[in-house]
Structures are given as C-alpha cells and as structure tokens.
Design a protein around this ligand. Structure first.
Ligand code: PDD
Length: 279
C-alpha cells in the first residue's frame, strides 16, 4: 500500500499512521457523511457545490460543524498533487463516544478525515453494461452518508452479473445508479430524475444539466419509468470519479443502436472543456 499523506483530526500524517478508535461512531454505526471532490490541474472542481452538499448532509444528520469554505480548502490543499486528475475523499463522523449507544452522545468531537487518490481514466469506447435492480435502500438517499451497505450490495450484485453498475428501480421508476446518477435520451430529450430524497443530488448531474441548457440540448428533470428506460436511445451514468459513462447494454439488451450515442459525444466534449476551464 502506498504510504501517502492523509489528513486526520488536524494532522497530516502517513496513511499507515492514521488510526481511529474502534468506538468511532463512523465505524460502529456508519454515523457520518462524506464527499468525493475531483480536482483537475491541481484545482478542486465545483468546490462550493460540494461543500454546500456537505453542509446539507451534516445538517440532515444533525452534526454541528461550522467550517467555512476557506477552512475546508486549507485542509484539502496540502493533499493535492499538482497536475494529475485526482479526487479528495472527505469524511466527517460524529466522533468517538465513551460507549456504544445508538443515541447521540452528549459531548463528542467529530472525526475529520481526508485523503487524495488518483482518478483512474475510464475506457468509454464501447460503453458499459448495466443491470436494473430493485432499489432496496433507505428513504434518505439525498444524504451523502457513509452508511452505504445498500449501495455496496447492489453494486456487488451488478459486478457479479458482469455489469459495471446497477440502475435502481423503485415502484417502476429509475432512481439512480448504486454510486452514480442516471440520464436517458428519450425522443431526443435528455432526461434525469428530479432531486428528491430518493437520489443523491449529484454535482456532476448539475454540471451536465447546466451545460445542456447553455448549449441548446433539450433537457428535463423528470421521472423515468422502467419501460421508458428500456426504449431510451442513450443511457448515461454520472459521478465525480467516472464523469459521464455511456451504458450500451441494459439487462443484456442493446441500448439504442448498442453503440455510444451522439448526444454523449457532444456532452463529453462540453464536459471535458468545462472541467479544464476551457469553456
Ligand atoms: N458517489 N448517486 C450516488 C448514490 C453516488 O454515490 C454518487 C457518487 C452519485 C454522483 O454524485 P457526484 O456527481 O456528486 O459524484 C450519485 C461517489 C463518487 C462515491 O461514493 O465514491
């Protein structure tokens, strides 16, 4: 394991030296939230949007922590490596309590951890396969919580069926991927499910909607039924670490022509320019 520098509770130290207590509520209960913030050319991408979502997640789990953007930036900046595409993983848990008890402890200091990892370029030439699975997760999917067992089991099931991602279906409608948001091109309109408690409000999702609007690509935030998804000419999965992934096979059947679609090519070019600050 590479012994890179990480941040833990006010200190920078080698990964191998970063330790937390077994009584940390993140470890015992998954009682914490996180962010995954990409960085290109040494600059954190959409930092304010990620921090706003972090603050929303903290407020939702009633964890009081009042760091401003500058304080978060100061924590993350020393972890970045100039030039490479990378991402910061930032996690805040409720901290270490004196004993294991589900209810919040009265006095506790949050645990704050951050590390940087390279973004491994993803090969999109042929697109990926996805499988639809029942969305078995909880009711609070808008919180970016570390409590990810539902997502973990669904992603693993997708991998075991030879697919890159699970597209989750709730009451006949697609919500999102196990670790991504979804877009579909249906009758030449780019559609993504609206922001509700059933999906994580993805930052990549917002960038794509804004790029579509600015470039005369018809886009709508609307529900997508499983039947509509099966007839879509394109399906994409979006996230901070994989950007925009075209799905060319859904449940063993080709999506549209079975090739990466033309709208994806347009959006991919727009997104690449935007992330490098070229547009
Ligand atoms: N996950 N939905 C879920 C359930 C996710 O886990 C993610 C990202 C997204 C996309 O959000 P964004 O565009 O802000 O990355 C949607 C991250 C990458 C992860 O857990 O590693």
């Amino acid at each position: 394991m590479q012994d890179k520098k990480v941040y833990l509770n006010g200190e920078y130290l080698p990964l191998s030296a970063a330790k937390i207590s077994v009584l940390d509520r993140g470890f015992l209960f998954g009682d914490g939230v996180y962010e995954v913030i990409p960085a290109y050319l040494g600059q954190l991408f959409c930092l304010e949007a990620h921090l706003e979502r972090l603050n929303n997640s903290l407020a939702e789990i009633r964890l009081e922590l009042s760091y401003d953007s500058q304080q978060w930036s100061d924590i993350m900046a020393p972890l970045l490596i100039e030039g490479d595409a990378q991402y910061i993983y930032l996690q805040v848990t409720r901290g270490v309590a004196a004993k294991r008890d589900h209810a919040f402890p009265e006095t506790v200091e949050p645990t704050i951890f951050a590390m940087c990892s390279p973004i491994v370029p993803f090969e999109y030439k042929d697109g990926v396969s996805a499988v639809t699975l029942d969305d078995t997760r909880w009711q609070l999917c808008h919180i970016k919580a570390t409590t990810l067992l539902g997502n973990v089991l669904l992603r693993q099931q997708a991998i075991e069926t030879g697919c890159a991602e699970a597209i989750l279906i709730k009451e006949g409608y697609a919500t999102e991927g196990a670790a991504s948001n979804i877009f579909a091109v249906i009758d030449d309109v780019l559609i993504t499910p609206p922001k509700t408690h059933e999906i994580l409000p993805g930052i990549t999702r917002d960038v794509i909607i804004n790029l579509a609007k600015a470039n005369q690509i018809a886009v709508q935030e609307d529900i997508i039924s499983l039947e509509a998804l099966q007839l879509a000419s394109e399906i994409w999965l979006t996230s901070s670490t994989r950007e925009i992934v075209p799905v060319t096979t859904l449940d063993g059947r080709p999506v549209g022509s079975g090739q990466v679609g033309s709208v994806w090519h347009v959006m991919q070019a727009l997104f690449q320019d935007y992330k490098l600050g070229l547009s």
